[in-house]
Design a protein. Structure first.
Length: 152
């Protein structure tokens, strides 16, 4: 099974972030520009939260907050679950499911080295299953070929 390091090798380690004192409007604009669903939130080079489109919908729009007047710190999620590059995708899927989250910052040596989404993990699991199926098909075909030759 692939691990987080494998996923980051494939997708890259680019992390988009924003500060706690920036406006939600700026966060939304950056998410749209970069085509991502979440940004890591930093304060003085320290990871303090994550802001997602979901946060904006639930804590912004539904509470009638204006995005240009609301600060990121007011609606960001502060409880951050993280993983290391060595974490396997099964562990990540458990976190996504149990904590009802969609993004996991990747931390190594107290430093953010990437971020994975639930979509990245699902793709990794599917790729793994496809590889196993292909190996099994090759094994089965190889066994039949040996058996067929024996009949001749």
């Amino acid at each position: 099974m692939k691990n987080v390091r494998d996923i980051l090798r494939e997708k890259g380690t680019t992390v988009y972030s924003i500060g706690v004192r920036d406006s939600v409007f700026d966060a939304l604009k950056l998410m749209a520009d970069k085509n991502v669903g979440a940004l890591l939130v930093f304060e003085a080079d320290r990871l303090v939260g994550i802001i997602s489109e979901r946060d904006y919908c639930r804590k912004g729009v539904l509470q009638h907050r204006l995005s240009k007047e609301t600060l990121v710190r007011e609606i960001m999620s502060e409880e951050i679950k993280t993983v290391t590059p060595a974490a396997d995708l099964e562990q990540c899927m458990e976190l996504f499911t149990e904590k009802h989250i969609r993004h996991l910052p990747v931390i190594e040596n107290d430093r953010v080295v990437g971020i994975i989404s639930i979509g990245d993990a699902v793709k990794g699991v599917i790729d793994h299953h496809e590889a196993v199926i292909e190996q099994l098909e090759c094994y089965i075909k190889g066994q039949h070929a040996v058996g067929d030759k024996a009949k001749l």
